[in-house]
Design a protein around this ligand. Structure first.
Ligand code: HEM
Length: 528
């Protein structure tokens, strides 16, 4: 199926204005000058030196020399597609976000899936978390849901993110290993970070080697807030459930596929969409009234915890369908810039200390990755509603804003935009009372690191448990420092003593906590 046959949407129409078709066109320079010889440089005589004045050669080579931009510091390897988000049940009762109001309402989206640790040329089938990032081009501006395929995260506080990533990325001395996880530094860090154990259970499970990007779940991970027209707040967790079901490959299959076709997921997504087998997800929410914030035995602000669906069922309210491949990988999939702080009225973030750090990180990194404060003007990043503000200039400015005035207040007029009242769709941060000591600390409500890890392990079927054990044995057998293996096994003993015993035996270490009742934490437990 050719992209041109698909129903356009507002975003795709907007992109058309920036799209060029080179078919049957004459070759030109960047200045539009037609070129009549694209084979030979300009020389002093046929066998003489090339001339500096050859502006055509210089332009061609200069542009080529600057083709690469920095890859994303994390999630460098990705694949994306356009699609549509459609509401099947109104969320009006909970949020005033316009794109979530009416049944049948369609919103254009661009989705980018990714692995986390590998470089942009790494294999799709690495054992790793997958990014699941969605840009909703709403009438009120872009809303980004920058999530993963696993509902929890390794760490509780943004302060630890650079450490986590330095531990998981190739080691600085030899840049090995290029794929995720199986090495000393990663397991060293994990062994010293008990808060990572819940996520480790997911990352060592089959969830971390999906069969297809079309067959994995998506999660917002953090708890967010919905605010309705009356100002009533609900906490919300976001879910995407693939209509094809959740499927994984076994580790043996993953290694074989990686050897034969490291683009396996990218190809699968592309071909499915080209062939009209559009991937679909149900979109669901878990909603918690504001007054129930503290009724759970974990903290809603702790990103290493999920809300069990038995306690708060997921309500399905929409569908996400990917129906159009990008026309140009670099222009769309590479240049798209997501940010968890791209919000619309009716949605707000919470004080989750991991999310709070993310709110700083994305724009900051994109300034160097995309090279200019005007990266919001790159076609894939533009909102479908027009942008009006007093920002000006900067590298590669595209917009030509008319008028004499670019400050406010002013008495001259001359094209200055005015702030919007809430009734006119102006975004207003949800008022929240905050008082207390300024303090660099972790909340006591974040200290239980093992209950949900146990829940996850116990929820696995026999073969799934076996796969998880095998993954841990494989990974830890690659760790060269016995003390690290021992510490990880010590952590596993807090989750399941049988799991710890099997792993310990296979990787040749002793477990110290095996005499404790299954998974309980000894009073003097000190992972260090
Ligand atoms: C990408 C930082 C936690 C999901 C990125 C990028 C940075 C970053 C710098 C590269 C962005 C770019 O170059 O455009 C952080 C920090 C975190 C954090 C500082 C914690 C403090 C998370 C968590 C999730 C997540 C918890 C999932 C809920 C993603 C995804 C991408 C990404 C999906 C790729 C977006 C794309 O496809 O372009 N993150 N991240 N990150 N992050 Fe995070």
């Amino acid at each position: 199926m050719k992209n041109s046959k698909l129903p356009p949407n507002e975003k795709v129409n907007q992109l058309q204005d920036h799209t060029t078709d080179n078919n049957d066109q004459k070759l030109t320079t960047n200045q539009g000058l037609k070129i009549n010889n694209n084979q030979d440089s300009l020389k002093a005589d046929e066998r003489g030196p090339s001339l500096l004045e050859d502006f055509i050669l210089r332009e061609k080579i200069t542009h080529f020399d600057h083709e690469r931009i920095p890859e994303r510091i994390v999630h460098a390897r990705g694949s994306g597609a356009h699609g549509v988000f459609k509401m099947t049940k109104s969320l009006e009762k909970y949020t005033k976000a316009k794109f979530l109001q009416e049944v049948g309402k369609e919103t254009p989206v661009f989705v980018r899936f990714s692995t986390v640790a590998g470089s942009s040329g790494s294999t799709d089938l690495a054992r790793d978390v997958r990014g699941f990032a969605i840009k909703f081009y709403t009438e009120e501006g872009n809303y980004d849901l920058v999530g993963n395929n696993i509902p929890v995260f390794f760490i509780q506080d943004a302060m630890k993110f650079p450490d986590l990533i330095h531990a998981v990325k190739p080691e600085p001395d030899n840049a090995i290993p290029q794929a995720a996880s199986a090495h000393d530094t990663f397991w060293d860090f994990i062994s010293l970070m008990p808060e990572s154990m819940h996520m480790i259970m997911w990352a060592m499970s089959d969830r971390a080697i999906p069969r297809s990007l079309r067959m994995m779940e998506g999660f917002g991970v953090h708890t967010f807030k919905f605010i309705n027209c009356e100002g009533t707040v609900h906490f919300v967790k976001f879910h995407f459930k693939p209509k094809l079901g959740v499927h994984s490959v076994a580790w043996d299959e993953a290694t074989k596929i990686s050897g034969k076709d490291s683009d396996f997921h990218r190809r699968d997504l592309w071909e499915a969409i080209e062939n009209g087998a559009f991937p679909e997800w149900e979109f669901g929410v878990q909603l918690i009234p504001e007054e129930d914030e503290h009724k759970f035995d974990f903290d809603l602000l702790d990103p290493t915890k999920l809300i069990p669906e038995e306690e708060v069922p997921v309500e399905i309210v929409g569908t996400l369908t990917l129906n159009r491949n990008p026309d140009n990988f670099f222009a769309e999939t590479e240049q798209i810039a997501f940010h968890p702080g791209h919000l619309v009225p009716g949605i707000d973030f919470t004080n989750d200390p991991l999310l709070q750090g993310r709110l700083f990180s994305y724009t900051d990194t994109q300034l160097s990755r995309l090279g200019s404060p005007n990266f919001h003007e790159i076609p894939i990043n533009r909102s479908i509603n027009t942008v009006h503000n007093n920002q000006r200039d900067g590298h590669m400015r595209q917009q030509i804003v008319k008028g004499k005035v670019s400050y406010e207040p002013n008495s001259i007029g001359g094209g200055c935009p005015f702030q919007a009242m809430m009734k006119d769709g102006g975004f207003s941060t949800h008022n929240e009372r905050v008082d207390g000591q300024k303090i660099r600390a972790r909340s006591q409500s974040f200290v239980d690191h093992y209950s949900q890890a146990k829940l996850f392990y116990n929820s696995q079927s026999g073969p799934e448990k076996q796969h998880l054990q095998n993954a841990l044995i494989f990974e830890l057998s690659k760790v060269t420092i016995p003390a690290i293996r021992e510490r990880v096994v010590g952590q596993l003993a807090f989750i399941n003593k049988d799991l710890a015993a099997v792993v310990a035996k296979k990787v040749g270490v002793k477990v110290t906590h095996l005499d404790q009742p299954n998974g309980s934490i000894p009073a003097d437990a000190d992972p260090k």
